[in-house]
Each structure stands twice: as structure tokens, then as C-alpha cells.
Ligand binder design. Structure first.
Ligand code: AMP
Ligand code: MG
Length: 486
């Protein structure tokens, strides 16, 4: 690949052209001493960006937002949102910028976006900055999610700025460059609806249809079809989270995408022991965003999206509500079907009806919960059980009689171990390993981060030498908490 000067990075400004009312032109803050901490070369390639160029001064300028290609218009995006159930009419990118859109190798339009690039007019009381640890955390977890096959925003790079950030202590600052199908959120629609500018709401919906649910354009009711598309994408996304044991942690409506990608990795984590009540976020006192609540919360957020879309659904408000209610009714069956399908492959089953798979899976999850069994280790060990060696799975339980009964009934269904090994990961970003890697990186040692990334970006492929990346947290790791003070 040739070295491209920054002026040739073909950044489009489609969002700000089509939706200027929601795009505030803004500039990134200068970084006193930039240092590239991690670069996703494969993703750079997909985007047509030369990794060698990105590592140079001009490339770092792009990744920090301080040297943007001529013609590009970095903007802070406006959005609203329900945070922990309370409506906030004006959130927006307080410390983030959309640099613009790029066409990737597959012909798809992708947002190039920065987080931690300085205060914007949406910053409210925030400093507009981000620390190295939380930005690397988003990098690791989003790339692990991608490798697990779960729709997500991607991480292109983390660049340390050389500027300290004040949190509980002084921490090194960083900017994350991330890539997304778009940054349209449920909260974007809430914002547009609240302006009462029907033309803006319609343009936003048209923009979303073109980018994410193009089939909706040909439907009898395109905006209803858009809503149905989001319902379906989110039902299947959250089912994926549930089957892999992912806890998002802050499912506010501004953190839920229209594309169906996972977005905004803050206080998120993967389950160790299986327990629906698991909450990692230190600010989620009521457990609103507990693991087991995620499908319900997604449905609640989609109801907020429906409310925002009502004026586009029908001229008669009552009929608009009826259409929205009916469309939202598809969430539960769609989620149930996606969850059963996910559990079916996790259990290696083929011919049984969905209801039977779900019943067997529910019973199993009850056993995991009762004995505090490590979610990821169990499902991987179950592959060995399908091959005839049940000991690795049995060893995780105290109540052997109960699990033996379950294993016997499951084995009688002739599970396919190869199918199971392709969907039950060996390596996930385990909380104790993420903490270890971020702490080391914050202190200047990037080796643990590199090894963790190596493990979690090929999650199904068991490799010698990576045993500690497959093992549950040591008992002294204790109750894990993640912090929103990112
Ligand atoms: P989040 O919980 O990270 O999704 O952020 C919620 C809102 O707070 C968004 O509007 C962010 O832009 C804003 N925000 C979060 N942290 C900061 C910060 N350090 N400075 C300015 N705004 C922030
Ligand atoms: Mg957010």
C-alpha cells in the first residue's frame, strides 16, 4: 500500500449534510505528546487506510482529530436519552467527535469517530477527556465481541495524548478512534422528536433507512418497517449478549443503536459465575441493567424509540400507537427465537423443537446458578462431554446428582461437539485479565494487553500457552465492579 497524505483520506460528511440540526462542527483538542498505544491493522486495511501511514505524524493527527483531511467536517452529534429511566433532553457528544464516514472494502459506509477528543458544547460538567484504561477497555472488549461474531462498533486505535486526566487520581489521557455502521441511537430519534420538527425527524428516519434497513424503503409503511427492523436487530443482538454472558452495564437509550451494533463500552463485563442478578456497574444501584434484565430493558428502550417515531407512523395518533404497539409485540417472540437458536448451537442440538431446547437450557442455567458455575468454562467443557468425557464439566459442580441427570438426558440427544466448539469460546476478556492488562498499560507496559488481545481475538481456537486466559478468576479476585467514571 502506498503512503497517502491525509488530504486523500476520503472522509464523507453525510451525517452533517443531511442532518445539520444534529451536527455541531467542532475541533479536537491538541495532544501535547501523542503516542500510539494500539492500532488495529486489519480494520485499517478494511477501511482503506495504510497502517504505516497511520503510525506516522499525519496518521496520528487523524486518529486524534487534530489533522483532519481537507473537506472533512468533524462534528459533535446531538442526541437525547433516558439515563437509568430518567429523560435527559440534551446529551450529545460531550467528549466525542464524528470525523466523517468512509466507504469500506465491502462498499459499506462506516463512521470514523473519536472518543476523548476534548470538551464540546455538550460536555456539561465533564472535562471532555478519557483515560488510557477505559479507552483500552473499549478496544479490547469491542474487538473480543467482534471476534465472537457479535455485532459491535469496532476499535481502530488508541492514542495516548500525553495529557493527564483527573479522575480519582491523575491518569494518562487517551483518544479512542472507533468505527461504526453509524452512531445513530434511540436517543438520536428522541432528540429529533423533541424538536417537534417533523421534517428533521423524517430526514433522520430516511438517513437510518438508507444506512441500516434499506429494505424498509420499499415497504408500504417505510417508517414502521424501520422500527420493525430495529426491533428485530436489537432482539437478536441482546440474545447474543445473553448466550455469551455479556453485561452491557449502561443500557440507556443513548447507548442503543439503530444499526443493531453494541455501542459504548463503559462499565461492561462478561459473567464469571452464572447469575441473572449480576451487576458490574458501580453506579447501577437498583440493578436496572443487571444481566438478566437486559432483554426487558431493550424492549423498554424500543418503546421509547416507538414513541419518538409516532408522528411518522400515522397521521391519526391513535392509529400510530396501535401500529407501534403491534410492531413492538414482535420483540419477545423474536428474542425468544434468537435465544433458543443460540442455545441450540451452544448445546450442539439439531432436531429438537425450540420449546424442548429452551426447557433444557433453562434447567441447565438453573443448575449453573445454584452452584455458581463459571459460564464460559462450563459451555466449553460441555464440548468434551459431547465427545464422551464429562469430567471437565462435572468438576465445576457441587451437586453432581442434579448435573448428572441433566447430562444424561442431553447426551441422549446426540449433541454435535464440533458445532459446540465453534460457538462456545475458550477465551473471553475475563475481568481479572482485563484489569491486569489495563493496569499494566496505564503504567506503560503494553505486553499484557497485547497477549490478552491475541487470546480474545481468536476466541474459539484453543492454543497451548494460553491456559491462564481460559481459567476463571482466582478466588481472591472478589466481587467485580466497573466504574462509569470513564
Ligand atoms: P456515556 O455514559 O459514556 O454513554 O455518556 C453519557 C453522556 O455523558 C454523553 O453525552 C457523553 O458525551 C457525556 N460524557 C461522558 N463522559 C464525559 C466527559 N468526561 N466529558 C464530557 N462529557 C462526557
Ligand atoms: Mg454513550
Amino acid at each position: 500500500m502506498s503512503v497517502a497524505p491525509s488530504t486523500t483520506v476520503p472522509l464523507d460528511d453525510r451525517f452533517s449534510r443531511e442532518l445539520p440540526e444534529m451536527a455541531l462542527p467542532w475541533q479536537a483538542e491538541e495532544a501535547p505528546d501523542p503516542e500510539l498505544l494500539v492500532l488495529n491493522e486489519q480494520l485499517a486495511g478494511e477501511l482503506g487506510l495504510d497502517p504505516a501511514w497511520l503510525r506516522g505524524a499525519e496518521g496520528l493527527g487523524l486518529l486524534l482529530g487534530t489533522r483532519v483531511p481537507s473537506g472533512a467536517t468533524p462534528v459533535a452529534q446531538a442526541y437525547a436519552g433516558h439515563q437509568f429511566g430518567g429523560y435527559v433532553p440534551r446529551l450529545g457528544d460531550g467528549r466525542a467527535l464524528l470525523l466523517g464516514e468512509l466507504v469500506d472494502a465491502g462498499g459499506m459506509l462506516r463512521d470514523l469517530h473519536l472518543k476523548g477528543s476534548g470538551r464540546t458544547p455538550f460536555a456539561r460538567g465533564g472535562d471532555g477527556l478519557a483515560a488510557v484504561g477505559p479507552m483500552l477497555r473499549e478496544y479490547v472488549i469491542s474487538e473480543a465481541m467482534h471476534a465472537l461474531g457479535i455485532p459491535t462498533t469496532r476499535s481502530l486505535a488508541v492514542v495516548a495524548t500525553g495529557r493527564p486526566v483527573r479522575r480519582e487520581t491523575l491518569l494518562p489521557g487517551a483518544v479512542l478512534a472507533r468505527v461504526a455502521a453509524s452512531h445513530l441511537r434511540v436517543g438520536s430519534f428522541q432528540y429529533a422528536a423533541a424538536t417537534r420538527d417533523l421534517d428533521l425527524l423524517r430526514r433522520l428516519a430516511d438517513h437510518a433507512i438508507t444506512r441500516h434497513h434499506p429494505g424498509a424503503a420499499d415497504a408500504d409503511r417505510p417508517y414502521l418497517a424501520l422500527f420493525e427492523g430495529v426491533v428485530s436487530a436489537q432482539a437478536s443482538l441482546v440474545a447474543r449478549w445473553m448466550t455469551v454472558g455479556f453485561v452491557h452495564g449502561v443500557m440507556n437509550t443513548d447507548n442503543m443503536t439503530i444499526s443493531g451494533e453494541t455501542i459504548d463500552y463503559g462499565p461492561c463485563a462478561f459473567l464469571d459465575a452464572f447469575d441473572p442478578a449480576t451487576v458490574y456497574s458501580s453506579i447501577d444501584h437498583g440493578g436496572r441493567y443487571a444481566y438478566g434484565n437486559q432483554p426487558l430493558v431493550a424492549e423498554w428502550n424500543l418503546a421509547r424509540l416507538a414513541e419518538a417515531l409516532l408522528p411518522l407512523l400515522h397521521d391519526d395518533p391513535e392509529q400510530a400507537v396501535a401500529l407501534a404497539v403491534e410492531a413492538l409485540g414482535a420483540f419477545r417472540p423474536r428474542y425468544d427465537a434468537a435465544w433458543s437458536a443460540g442455545m441450540r448451537v451452544k448445546l450442539g442440538l439439531r432436531h429438537e423443537p425450540d420449546a424442548e431446547v429452551s426447557a433444557l437450557a433453562d434447567e441447565l442455567l438453573g443448575l449453573l446458578q445454584a452452584d455458581h458455575v463459571d459460564h464460559t468454562s462450563f459451555f466449553r467443557a460441555l464440548g468434551s462431554a459431547a465427545r464422551g468425557d464429562a469430567e471437565p464439566a462435572r468438576n465445576l459442580f457441587l451437586d453432581l446428582a442434579a448435573v448428572d441427570g441433566w447430562l444424561e438426558r442431553w447426551r441422549a440427544l446426540d449433541p454435535d461437539a464440533d458445532v459446540m466448539d465453534r460457538v462456545n469460546p475458550v477465551y473471553i476478556p475475563r475481568n481479572h485479565l482485563v484489569e491486569e492488562a489495563l493496569e499494566a498499560a496505564t503504567g506503560g507496559d503494553l505486553d499484557p494487553l497485547g497477549r490478552l488481545l491475541e487470546a480474545v481475538t481468536a476466541p474459539y481456537d484453543e492454543r497451548p500457552g494460553l491456559e491462564r486466559y481460559a481459567a476463571p478468576a482466582p478466588p481472591d479476585f472478589g466481587a467485580y465492579r466497573t466504574f462509569c467514571g470513564t
